[in-house]
Structure formats: C-alpha cells, structure tokens
Design a protein around this ligand. Structure first.
Ligand code: SF4
Ligand code: SF4
Length: 197
C-alpha cells in the first residue's frame, strides 16, 4: 500500500498579508458588471436558451419532454378542447437546458431568447412562472413589440374551484382555458368518477 503524505501545516498556511485586503478598493471606481433587472437589459446572443414556446396544434402529448427533463419541471396537462395533454413548465425548477426542446419529435416545443424573470415577491406572481407556454408567433410578436426580453404574461389567474386559467398578456390580449387534469392518462369524466363510487 502506498503511503499517503500529508503536507505540513506551514506549507499550506498562507502568510498574512496587510496589502491584499486593500486591493479590493479598486473595484469602488469600476463600473458594476451587474445590471438592474428589469429596468436594464443585456441583448442575449442569438439562439440564447430562454423561455419556452409551444405550438399547441403540433404537440401530440407524447411526454418525451417530460421524460427527459432532468429537473422534473414538466407536468403533462389536459386542457379542455385539446385532444392530447400539453407540457406545463415550472420555472422554479427548470434549468433551461432545453433537452425537452431537442427531444420533441414534432417541433412543437421550442424556445425564444427572452429571459427576464422577476417578481416583487407577491405570492400570486410566482404562479406566473408555472405555465403551459404560449405559441411561438405570439411570443415573438410581443418580444418585437416591447424589445425587453421579459416574460410575456402580466398576470395569471387560476380559479382553483373551476380550474379555469386566464393569461393576461402584456399586449392586452387575454387567453382563457380550463385544466381538466394532470398526468399522461386522460382524466376521468364526472360520470366515470360517479360510477366508481
Ligand atoms: S429546459 Fe431542461 S429543465 Fe427546463 S423543462 Fe426543459 S428539460 Fe426540463
Ligand atoms: S411538446 Fe413535444 S415532446 Fe412534449 S408532449 Fe408535445 S409533442 Fe411530445
């Protein structure tokens, strides 16, 4: 067995310096590298991996996106009037790796370079960031109109009793839909639930 040598304490201990702490003072006179989001912005690189977009007509509900997601940020969501479930993405978990976009067989799930995600710590605002993404054309239209790379919803309402969701988009448009359930299997109808009882 090879002997493991431990470095003596005097070799690893750094000598105290009375100059080094003062070197940090030079940063007082430099411009900060951080920006004041959301009042300032940095133009992202082309193809920057920002928020998702979803073409609801192209999505076939295969859940490949949900299966590959390393952060478990995707929950398949059944929406009234849609034949297949669509992914709901939780930005509290998402790491913006875009594996879900790469694996989507129909190209329904995509992304846009918009990336600014801020709140003023009101609880209802946090719900904004757990959403079924809007179609790419609509998101692009808003990015071109405002040019600030911000999230496209101003407000989201979720009625817990009726399961109705209302998206208030930044351009004043309103999108309404009703969530029937979550998961890969279709939710049971009221008649099926009554029969089981
Ligand atoms: S970008 Fe990555 S972490 Fe976010 S939902 Fe897609 S697969 Fe999951
Ligand atoms: S977004 Fe793509 S991968 Fe996800 S369920 Fe729809 S078709 Fe399948």
């Amino acid at each position: 067995m090879t002997e493991v040598k431990v470095a003596p304490e005097e070799k690893v201990r750094k000598k105290p310096s009375f100059v080094k702490p003062w070197l940090g003072l030079k940063y007082l006179f430099k411009r900060p590298v951080t920006i004041k989001i959301p009042d300032e912005k940095i133009d992202p690189a082309p193809k920057y991996r920002g928020f998702h977009t979803l073409d609801w007509k192209k999505c076939v509900g295969c859940n490949f996106c949900g299966q590959i997601c390393p952060a478990r940020a995707i929950e398949m969501t059944w929406i009234e009037g849609e034949k297949r479930p669509h992914p709901k993405i939780d930005y509290g978990r998402c790491t913006f790796c875009q594996f879900c976009v790469d694996v989507c067989p129909t190209g329904a799930l995509s992304f846009i370079e918009s990336y600014i995600l801020t709140t003023t710590w009101r609880e209802e605002e946090l719900e904004l960031y757990d959403w079924v993404p809007i179609p790419p054309d609509k998101f692009r239209e808003m990015q071109e109109k405002f040019g600030d790379y911000r999230f496209p919803l101003e407000k989201m309402e979720f009625n817990r009793e009726t399961k109705e969701v209302t998206y208030y988009l930044r351009d004043g448009e309103v999108m309404k839909f009703k969530i029937l359930g979550y998961g890969i299997k279709p939710p049971k109808s009221p008649a099926e639930k009554a029969y089981e009882k």
